[in-house]
Design a protein around this ligand. Structure first.
Ligand SMILES: [Cu+2]
Length: 456
C-alpha cells in the first residue's frame, strides 16, 4: 500500500470553494528526544493543504484568520487578477485577527505554485505558513504519482521552540537573512517517502525557506532526475546541474524521477548547498515486485502555457535598478520615507538595503509601464550578497548576465542574482495593476529590498 507523504488537502465543494484557516498548531520536528514545536499553520498542518485546481477554472479560497496578528495570502507565481495578489498594504488591507477574505480567481497557467502570507512574511513563513497550489494541466503527463517536495529551513532552539528572539535580527537582515538550523521536507524531518521499484514520479520541489538557497542532489543512477518545469513554467527536459538542483527561496522545479533501485532499497537525497551533505529525505523502495518489468525511458514534456512566445526587446522600456547596502556594502546614505538618512539612522530604523537609493516601499513606483509593452529591468547588484528577486503577476526571462546575452532562458518569477552580478530580465507587462518586485530573502525585503511596478 502506498502511503501519501502527508494527508491530502481539503476537497473543494461543488462551487469550487476552499477554506484556508491560519491558526496555531503543533509539530514534532525534533524526535530524539521528541520535542513539540508550536507553529502557525494553514488548516493545522505544515505544509498547509495542497490546493488543486484546473487551469482556467474559477475558484475561491476563503482565508480565515485565527491568528493573533493580521495576515494575508499571496499566490506566488500566479499571473493573477491584481486585486487577489494578497499583498497587504498594496493590493488589499491585511486581514485582522478573526477576519476573513475571499480570494476568487483563476490560474491561466498550469504548474507548481505556492501560497504564503504577505504580511510580516519574515515571521509568518518562518512559523510554518505555506502550502502548494497545484494547477493541473488540461492533459497531465503520464506519471504514476505526483509528490510534493517542500523544503524548509527552521531556526529551532534545543527545546524545539522556534527561535523567536532572532526575529528582526539586524545581523540576519544585513547578511544572508535568517538561516535555519533544521531542515524539513514536507514539514517532516528526514521523511522516508515510500515508492515502488520502477515507479515514475513527478516531484514538485519548492524552497519555502526565509533565506537559504538550497541544492538537492537527486541520485543520477537511481532516480535519473529530469527537470520539466521551473517556477511553474514548462521547459524542455534537462538534467539538473552536477552540483545539485539549486532552489533559491520562492523558486520551484518540477522533476520527473524514475525509481531505479531494487525492492527493499533506499535512495537518500542530500542537501548539498553547504560543505556538508545533509540527508534531507529518502525514497524507501517497498519490498514488493517492481511496478513494471522495465522502467520507463521516454522523456516527459509538459504542454506549453499560454505565455507570449516572443519577447520583443527593440522598443522595450528600460528600468534601471541599482541594488545597494547590507554588510560590507558600504552604503553611506539613502532615502527612507522621503528623508535622506545616513547608515546609522537607517540601521536604527531596521533598514539596510536600497534600490536606486531608496529604502523600503516607496510612494512612487519603480516604473509605470503601458499595458502590453515589454519592460527590461537592469539589476546591478552592488552588494556582497546574493538576492532572490521576485516579480509579482508576471513571468520574465533573463536576457543578459554580466553583459553577456542569455538565450533560451526559461520563464521565471524568481531569479537569483549573485553578489556583484548584473542581471537583465525582460517581461511583457500584460497584467494591469500594482505589482511588487522584491527580494524573497524575507529579511532583506523587510530591511528595504522592496519596490513596485505599475502596469497601466
Ligand atoms: Cu536579498
Amino acid at each position: 500500500m502506498l502511503a501519501p507523504t502527508w494527508s491530502p488537502g481539503p476537497v473543494a465543494d461543488e462551487k469550487r470553494r476552499f477554506v484556508l484557516a491560519a491558526e496555531r498548531a503543533s509539530l514534532v520536528l525534533l524526535e530524539k528526544p521528541a520535542r513539540v514545536t508550536p507553529v502557525w499553520a494553514y488548516g493545522g498542518s505544515v505544509p498547509g493543504p495542497e490546493l488543486r485546481v484546473r487551469r482556467g477554472e474559477a475558484f475561491t479560497v476563503r482565508l480565515e484568520n485565527r491568528l493573533s496578528q493580521p495576515t494575508s495570502v499571496h499566490w506566488h507565481g500566479i499571473r493573477i487578477d491584481n486585486a487577489m495578489d494578497g499583498v497587504a498594504g498594496l493590493t488589499q488591507d491585511a486581514v485582522p485577527p478573526g477576519g476573513t477574505f475571499d480570494y476568487s480567481f483563476s490560474a491561466p497557467d498550469a504548474g507548481t505554485f505556492w501560497y504564503h502570507p504577505h504580511f510580516r512574511s519574515w515571521e509568518q513563513l518562518a512559523r510554518g505558513l505555506y502550502g502548494l497550489l497545484i494547477v493541473e494541466e488540461d492533459e497531465p503527463p503520464a506519471v504514476d504519482r505526483d509528490v510534493a517536495w517542500i523544503a524548509d529551513d527552521w531556526r529551532l532552539e534545543v527545546t524545539g521552540l522556534i527561535d523567536e528572539r532572532s526575529f528582526g535580527s539586524m545581523r540576519d537582515a544585513s547578511h544572508q537573512g535568517r538561516l535555519g538550523n533544521w531542515l524539513t521536507v514536507n514539514g517532516l524531518t528526514e521523511p522516508q517517502i515510500p515508492v515502488r521499484a520502477g515507479e515514475r514520479i513527478r516531484l514538485r520541489c519548492v524552497n519555502v525557506a526565509n533565506a537559504r538557497v538550497m541544492a538537492f542532489d537527486f541520485d543520477r543512477q537511481k532516480l535519473r532526475p529530469s527537470i520539466v518545469a521551473v517556477d511553474g513554467q514548462p521547459v524542455a527536459p534537462r538534467e539538473p546541474d552536477r552540483r545539485g538542483l539549486e532552489l533559491a527561496p520562492g523558486q520551484r522545479t518540477d522533476l520527473i524521477v524514475d525509481v531505479l533501485e531494487a525492492p527493499g532499497g533506499r535512495i537518500p537525497v542530500y542537501e548539498v548547498s553547504t560543505r556538508e551533505r545533509i540527508e534531507s529525505a529518502a525514497f524507501k523502495v517497498e519490498d514488493a515486485p517492481p511496478l513494471r518489468s522495465r522502467p520507463l525511458t521516454e522523456s516527459v514534456s509538459l504542454p506549453a502555457n499560454p505565455l507570449a512566445r516572443d519577447l520583443p526587446l527593440e522598443d522595450a522600456q528600460a528600468i534601471p535598478m541599482l541594488m545597494e547596502g547590507g554588510a560590507m556594502g558600504g552604503l553611506g546614505e539613502a532615502s527612507y520615507k522621503g528623508k535622506m538618512l545616513d547608515i546609522r539612522s537607517l540601521v536604527a530604523e531596521g533598514k539596510v538595503w536600497s534600490f536606486n537609493g531608496i529604502v523600503g516601499m516607496p510612494d512612487q513606483p519603480l516604473a509605470t509601464v503601458s499595458r502590453g509593452r515589454t519592460a527590461v529591468i537592469d539589476m546591478i547588484n552592488r552588494t556582497a550578497w546574493p538576492h532572490a528577486m521576485h516579480l509579482h503577476g508576471h513571468h520574465f526571462r533573463v536576457v543578459e548576465r554580466d553583459g553577456k546575452a542569455v538565450t533560451d532562458a526559461p520563464w521565471r518569477d524568481t531569479v537569483l542574482v549573485a553578489r556583484q552580478e548584473k542581471v537583465r530580465i525582460a517581461f511583457i507587462a500584460d497584467n494591469p495593476g500594482k505589482w511588487l518586485f522584491h527580494c524573497h530573502m524575507l529579511e532583506h525585503q523587510a530591511a528595504g529590498m522592496v519596490t513596485w511596478i505599475v502596469v497601466a
